[in-house]
Design a protein around this ligand. Structure first.
Ligand code: NAP
Length: 488
């Protein structure tokens, strides 16, 4: 679509959601309709109403079918009931449709007072949306020690970094920062760093750099105008995208998109704000800006620009704004009056809207197959056995050495929360009842290596509770495990 009048309408699933959701969605639809967006809305339900009806996922099948059919959704916030064991309906939607890319534009908005106003902040956070600690694979290892698996895949890193590059190219941006904690988590965050660098080399027109994520948080606060596109794993991206939203006015004005193969869902970053629901107080700016992203996604660049300009003019002039963003000393108006003002401003142009040559995001297709990565060689070199013990490391070391006698293994070291405590290194590592014992094969196993591990476990089990093991492998000659702090 080139933005000129067309006869076809794009079908979009509209999910009003909870709390202020129906109000901000209605307001957004009014502006889009007044701007001439050629959209046919298909309303669908999700969130609290679904949970009340006993749908534990928070999203009924009809809603999922509608999104699958239309491929585009505009969504109000959905409440997550606390303490009833229900899953978040938002997470359900992201996971069901594998919307792996969370796009969070961070741009200074005229008229929105912040300590950073006037700095020209204009960047986009691209957050991986489905992997990492948010896979939610958690176990209590002992009654007092919990574990959450940080699952990072090579293909997951590849597709989010490709998306970051495609997004940069679609907006005429020139630089991508890959922010990771690779200095500490060499295999997981390190994978994001390595893959990011490789992927971005394939986009030579884009500059790229790696930044350690804690420094990235610091840089975002002291010199936010340096960033263009920042790509991160899920949890880092979750935290830093909210920090970034705070720089330009907070969650109330922060838009977002969730992108997957063939499916895109646009939503405000804020929640359902139940305290102000139904009172004509809600600010629809964040959802309106999300709708602008949606219009660009469906190729209607002209209507997107028209709505964006009207919104910017309204905010710049500071007349008829909702209470949360009204200029100091000026009384806020209701959602309806604010929307009426935006509509009245349609057709006017703001010189504060950055000029960008938007193009559709050329998203790479990722076939729905089981991604299998072969290694030309694999060696099993040992095993980490996690044991629960109230004894001290010296005593545990003696018992585990004893357990290993007659097995195929030698005890190499014991660590407590990642730091070697046997053989003793000095220092005063705080101890809990959770230890990792690293056993290495004395010589490369010739027969059934798994049977050797089973034998070792049964020997250990006579004296200790073990709750978890990890094979220690080498893939293509490279160690597929990290060393403990202090391990030689
Ligand atoms: P919230 O709904 O974002 O509300 C926090 C406060 O922010 C509100 O009380 C209100 O402040 C202000 N606010 C947020 N959006 C506003 C808007 N559009 N206009 C004016 N003021 C706005 O956060 P929450 O209270 O933590 O979460 C409430 C529910 O929303 C929870 O059930 C949560 O799970 C859900 N949630 C959903 C999503 C989503 O669907 N993507 C995201 C986040 C949270 P004042 O008190 O100053 O009026």
């Amino acid at each position: 679509m080139d933005g000129s009048a067309t006869t076809t309408r794009t079908k979009v699933t509209a999910i009003p959601g909870d709390g202020i959701g129906p109000e901000v969605l209605r307001a957004t639809r009014q502006v889009l309709e007044a701007a001439g967006a050629r959209i046919e809305w298909e309303e669908a339900m999700a969130g609290a109403e679904a949970f009340r009806k006993g749908i534990g996922s928070g999203a009924p099948k009809e809603t999922l079918d509608s999104i699958a059919r239309n491929g585009v959704a505009l969504k109000g916030p959905l409440e997550t009931p606390v303490g009833h064991g229900e899953k978040s309906a938002n997470v359900t939607l992201r996971k069901v449709f594998e919307m792996y890319g969370n796009i969070r534009p961070v741009r200074e908005i005229p008229g929105i007072r912040t300590p950073f106003a006037g700095r020209g902040i204009d960047f986009v956070v691209v957050r991986e949306n489905v992997e990492d600690l948010y896979a939610g694979v958690e176990h209590m290892q002992t009654p007092g020690v919990a574990q959450c698996l940080k699952l990072i895949t090579e293909v997951g890193c590849e597709r989010i970094c490709e998306l970051a590059a495609a997004l940069a190219e679609s907006e005429g941006r020139t630089r991508v920062t890959v922010a990771t904690k690779a200095n500490i988590m060499k295999l997981t965050e390190g994978m994001m760093k390595r893959v990011g660098e490789r992927v971005l080399k394939g986009h030579p027109a884009l500059g790229h750099e790696h930044m350690i994520v804690d420094n990235c948080a610091h840089q975002m606060v002291i010199r936010p105008e340096q960033f263009d596109v920042v790509v991160m794993t899920n949890m880092n991206g979750d935290i830093l995208s909210d920090l970034a939203a705070g720089l330009v006015g907070g969650l109330g004005v922060a838009p977002s998109a969730n992108l997957g193969d063939g499916v895109a869902m646009f939503e405000a970053v804020h929640g359902s704000a139940p305290q102000i629901a139904g009172r004509n107080l809600a600010n629809p700016t964040a959802l309106l800006l999300s709708a602008v992203m949606m219009l660009r996604h469906i190729g209607d660049f002209a209507t997107a620009a028209k709505v964006e300009h009207a919104l910017y003019i309204t905010l710049e002039e500071g007349r008829d704004l909702t209470g949360d963003i009204a200029p100091e000393g000026v009384e806020g108006v209701g959602t309806d009056a604010y929307v009426a003002r935006v509509i009245a401003n349609l057709g006017r142009e703001s010189d504060k809207v950055p000029t960008r040559e938007y193009r559709p995001i050329a998203m790479k297709k990722w076939p729905a197959i089981t991604w299998y990565k072969a290694a030309s060689t694999r060696e099993l070199v040992g095993v980490d056995v996690f044991v629960e013990s109230e004894r001290d490391p010296h005593a545990i070391g003696i018992t585990l050495q004893h357990a290993a006698e007659g097995s195929a293994f030698d005890l190499k070291m014991i660590s407590s929360r990642g730091a070697q405590v046997w053989p003793e290194m000095g220092g005063n590592t705080f101890l809990v009842d959770h230890f990792r014992a690293r056993f290495m094969f004395r010589e490369p196993p010739k027969g059934d290596a798994v049977a050797e591990i089973t034998d070792l476990l049964s020997r250990i089990g006579r004296q200790h509770r073990w709750m978890h093991i990890e094979k220690l492998q080498r893939f293509d000659g490279e160690a597929a495990f990290t060393k403990a702090q202090g391990e030689g």
